[in-house]
Ligand binder design. Structure first.
Ligand code: FAD
Length: 666
C-alpha cells in the first residue's frame, strides 16, 4: 500500500480547493492537492459573469456596503441561509477581490466620465466619478440592489482560476492530477484522509492528512442537461455520505439557471441580463415585467426560471425539435458591448448555435446549474460529525446560499470561503498532530480494492452507462424546477431500484489501469446515492423555498420548515438516506423572515418573527442614534472572522456618497 502523508490534504483543485491550499502553505504547512484533471481545467474556469463584492466604485454601486450585500444574500436564499455565514462572507468579499487583483486578475476597471448603458430596456448615460477612474468596476446581476458583480469581461472564472493556480504554482503546492478520491479514511469520529485511485495506472493510494478538505464542486451532472462540466458528479458529497457519519445539508436545494442555450445546455451568463438583455416569448413580447414588475429579468434565478417555465406552460414558448424555449435578446446592447463584455457568449452562440447574438436572439431555457446543498460544515468549514474533515466551495453546505444562491455569489464563495476556511484549516493543522493507525488506512484501501475486484471479476451484468442515463432521466423528469409529491415519490422508487441494480454492475473491459468503464462504474454507484438524498429531501420538504418549488405546497412555510435538511447514509445495505433537520433560530437572526421583494409574497409566518423584530427595534433604540452601522450590526447579530480579516472595508463611496450618487445618473 502506498501511503502519502501531509499536513493539509485538499481534494479538488478548483478555486475553492486551491485557495485553501494557499492558506495552508502560507503557514508553512505541508500541503497536497488532488484533482481529476489539471487544476486550470477545473470547472471554476467556466464561470463567466463575475463575483459579488460591495466595492461601490461604479456610480451604480455607490452607497453599497456589506449590509446591503448581506440583505440581498439572505433574501436570495429565501431565508434558508446561515445569516452569520452570510455576514462573514459579505464582510470578506471586498478583501478577496483586492487580493485577487494583487495576484494578477485583470479586473475590468471604471473609466471616468459619461458612458451609455442599458437599464430596463432604455439607453441611459451614467457619469463615472473622476476619483473612481481605474478602480475595479461592477455590473448588475439578479436579486441585487446595487451593481456589485466584479468581472473580467465574461471570462471571470478563467482569469480567477489562472491567477490563483499560478499563485499556487509559485508557492510550490503539488497538485496530484488524474487522481480520484474514492473513500474517506476515518474511525467514526476523526477523518484521517482519503483512498484515491490513479486514473492512469490504477494504483490505489492512501493520502493521510491532519486535515482533509473536500472541494470537489457540485453535483449538477446527476441531471441529464446541466450547465456544469462533466466532472461535476457529486463524488465529493458521496465520499462524506458513505462514511455513514458525516452529514450533507440541503441536498434538495438545486438551482436552475434561466438562460442556458437550447438544446445543449451551455450557459449564457446572467451578465447578459445584468447588462440589459431581455427575455422574450414566441411573439417577441418581453414578458418578465408582467410577472415581476419590480425586478423584471433581474429577479433572483429561482424566480425567473419559474416565471419562464410558467410562461412556456401557457403556450408562449417557441416550438423547436428540442421542446419549447424562449428568447434572450442582447441585440439592444450593441455589437461593441457584445464583442467586449460578452465575448464568450458571442463565441458560444457562433460555435454551438451558428448565430450572431449581436443581431439575432438566443434560444434559451432554464437548465440545472448550481448545487446549494453539500457537505454540512460549521462556520469554520469543519464537518460537525467528523473532526478534521473540512469542505469548501460548491461541494459544501457552509451555508451562505440557503435555498437559492445569487448570481456572482458562488465564485465569490470559492475565494472568500477559501480565504476564511483556509485559515481555520491551517489553525487546525497547527493545533493537531498526525496520528493514524496504518491498519485503519489499509482496511479502507482494501475495501476499495475489493469493490474494484468485484466489478472486474464478479458476475454482474448491469451496464454503468445505462444506469447513469436512467438516473439522469429520473432527476430531470421528476426532481426539476417544479416538483410534486407523486413525481418525487416515483423518483425515489425508481432511484432505489437503480441502486439495487448498481450492486450488480459487470464490466466488459477488465483493465485495472486507464479504464473509463471502471471509472463510470465506481462513480455511478455513488451518484445514485447522492441523487437519492436530493429526491428524498425534496419529497419530505412539503413547502416551497427558493429553488425548491412544490406545486402541491406552493407557500414558503417558516412555521414548520425554517430548517436545514441533513442527510446521512445509515449502512451499505440501505436504499435511502436518513433525514434529520437542523432548526434555524429566528431569535438569532439579524434579518427575520419576510418578503424577498420579488416572487410570490405568501409565506406562512414563523411564530417568533414579530418577537424578534421587536427585539431588534429595542436593541437599536437602546444603542442610540450615535452608533454607526458597524456597532448597530454587532449589537443585533455578532459574527466572527479570523483575526487577519477583521479590519473594516474602505470604499470610495464612503467619501463620495454625500455628493449623491443618484445625481450622477442623467
Ligand atoms: C457555466 C457556468 C458559469 C458560471 N458562472 C458563474 C459566475 O459568473 N459567477 C459565479 O459566482 N458563479 C458562477 N458559476 C458557479 C461557479 O463557477 C462554481 O460554483 C465554482 O466555480 C465552483 O468552484 P469549486 O472550486 O467549488 O469547484 P470546481 O471548480 O468544480 O472544482 C472541483 C475540483 O474537484 C476535483 N474533483 C472532483 N471530484 C474529485 C475526486 N473524486 N477526487 C479528486 N478530485 C476531484 C476536480 O478535478 C476539480 O479540480 C458558474 C457555473 C457554471 C456551470
Amino acid at each position: 500500500m502506498k501511503l502519502i502523508y501531509t499536513d493539509s490534504l485538499v481534494v479538488g483543485a478548483g478555486l475553492a480547493g486551491l485557495r485553501v491550499a494557499i492558506a495552508s502553505k502560507e503557514r508553512g504547512l505541508d500541503t497536497v492537492v488532488l484533482s481529476l484533471i489539471p487544476a486550470k481545467r477545473s470547472h471554476s474556469a467556466a464561470a463567466q459573469g463575475g463575483m459579488q463584492a460591495s466595492l461601490g466604485n461604479t456610480v451604480k454601486g455607490m452607497g453599497d456596503d456589506e449590509d446591503i450585500h448581506f440583505q440581498d444574500t439572505v433574501k436570495g436564499s429565501d431565508w434558508g441561509c446561515d445569516q452569520e455565514v452570510a455576514r462573514m462572507f459579505a464582510h470578506c468579499a471586498p478583501k478577496a477581490v483586492r487580493e485577487l487583483a494583487n495576484w494578477g486578475v485583470p479586473w475590468t476597471r471604471v473609466t471616468e466620465g459619461p458612458r451609455q448603458v442599458v437599464v430596463n430596456a432604455e439607453k441611459v448615460t451614467i457619469d463615472e466619478a473622476k476619483e473612481a477612474h481605474g478602480l475595479i468596476n461592477a455590473r448588475d446581476f439578479g436579486g441585487t440592489k446595487k451593481w456589485r458583480t466584479c468581472y473580467t469581461a465574461d471570462g471571470t472564472g478563467h482569469s480567477l482560476l489562472y491567477a490563483v493556480d499560478n499563485k499556487a504554482i509559485s508557492m510550490d503546492i503539488p497538485v496530484h492530477e488524474r487522481v480520484e478520491a474514492l473513500a474517506l479514511i476515518h474511525d467514526g469520529k476523526r477523518c484521517h484522509g482519503v483512498v484515491a485511485r490513479c486514473m492512469i495506472t490504477g494504483e490505489l493510494r492512501a493520502y493521510i492528512g491532519k486535515s482533509t478538505t473536500i472541494a470537489t464542486g457540485g453535483y449538477g451532472r446527476l441531471y441529464e442537461v446541466s450547465t456544469n462540466a462533466i466532472i461535476c458528479e457529486g463524488i465529493g458529497q458521496a465520499l462524506a455520505l458513505e462514511t455513514g457519519v458525516a452529514k450533507l445539508g440541503n441536498m434538495e436545494a438545486v438551482q436552475f439557471h434561466p438562460t442556458a442555450i437550447v438544446p445543449v445546455g451551455i450557459l449564457t451568463t446572467e451578465g447578459c441580463r445584468g447588462d440589459g438583455g431581455l427575455l422574450r416569448d414566441k411573439d417577441g413580447h418581453r414578458f418578465m415585467p408582467d410577472y415581476e414588475p419590480e425586478k423584471k429579468e433581474l429577479a433572483s434565478r429561482d424566480v425567473v426560471s419559474r416565471r419562464m417555465t410558467e410562461h412556456m406552460r401557457k403556450g408562449k414558448g417557441v416550438d423547436s425539435p428540442y421542446g419549447p424555449h424562449l428568447w434572450l435578446d442582447i441585440t439592444l446592447l450593441g455589437r461593441k458591448h457584445v464583442e467586449t463584455n460578452l465575448r464568450e457568449v458571442k463565441e458560444i452562440c457562433e460555435n454551438f448555435l451558428g448565430i450572431d447574438p449581436a443581431k439575432e436572439w438566443i434560444p434559451v431555457r432554464p437548465t440545472q446549474h448550481y448545487s446549494m446543498g453539500g457537505i454540512r460544515t460549521d462556520k469554520t468549514g469543519q464537518n460537525p460529525q467528523l473532526k478534521g474533515l473540512f469542505s469548501v466551495g460548491e461541494a459544501a453546505c457552509w451555508d451562505m446560499h440557503g435555498f437559492n444562491r445569487l448570481g456572482g455569489n458562488s465564485l465569490a464563495e470559492t475565494v472568500v470561503g477559501g480565504m476564511i476556511i483556509g485559515k481555520y484549516v491551517a489553525d487546525f493543522c497547527q493545533e493537531n498532530s498526525l496520528e493514524i493507525d496504518t491498519n485503519l488506512a489499509e482496511s479502507f484501501v482494501d475495501k476499495v480494492r475489493d469493490e474494484i475486484d468485484d466489478l472486474i471479476e464478479g458476475n454482474g451484468s448491469e451496464s454503468p452507462f445505462a444506469l447513469r442515463k436512467e438516473m439522469e432521466r429520473i432527476m430531470m423528469d421528476y426532481v426539476g424546477i417544479f416538483r410534486n409529491g407523486p413525481e418525487l415519490d416515483k423518483a425515489v422508487c425508481e432511484l432505489q431500484a437503480l441502486l439495487k441494480r448498481s450492486r450488480a454492475i459487470g464490466l466488459k473491459c477488465k483493465k485495472r489501469h486507464a479504464n473509463p468503464e471502471l471509472v463510470e462504474a465506481l462513480r455511478v454507484k455513488r451518484m445514485i446515492k447522492v441523487a437519492l438524498t436530493v429526491a428524498c429531501g425534496a419529497a419530505a420538504r412539503t413547502e416551497s423555498r427558493g429553488a425548491h418549488a412544490r406545486e402541491d405546497f406552493p407557500q414558503r412555510n417558516d412555521k414548520d420548515w425554517l430548517n436545514r435538511t441533513l442527510s446521512s447514509w445509515p449502512d451499505e445495505n440501505s436504499l435511502s438516506p436518513e433525514l434529520s433537520y437542523e432548526q434555524l433560530d429566528v431569535m438569532k437572526m439579524e434579518l427575520p423572515p419576510g418578503y424577498r421583494g420579488y416572487g410570490i409574497n405568501n409565506a406562512i409566518a414563523h411564530p417568533d418573527t414579530d418577537k424578534r423584530e421587536q427585539e431588534i427595534t429595542r436593541i437599536l433604540s437602546e444603542l442610540g442614534d450615535d452608533a454607526d452601522r458597524h456597532e448597530r450590526q454587532d449589537a443585533v447579530m455578532p459574527f466572527e472572522v479570523p483575526e487577519a480579516l477583521v479590519a473594516k472595508n474602505e470604499r470610495l463611496s464612503d467619501t463620495l456618497c454625500n455628493e449623491s450618487a443618484g445625481d450622477k445618473v442623467k
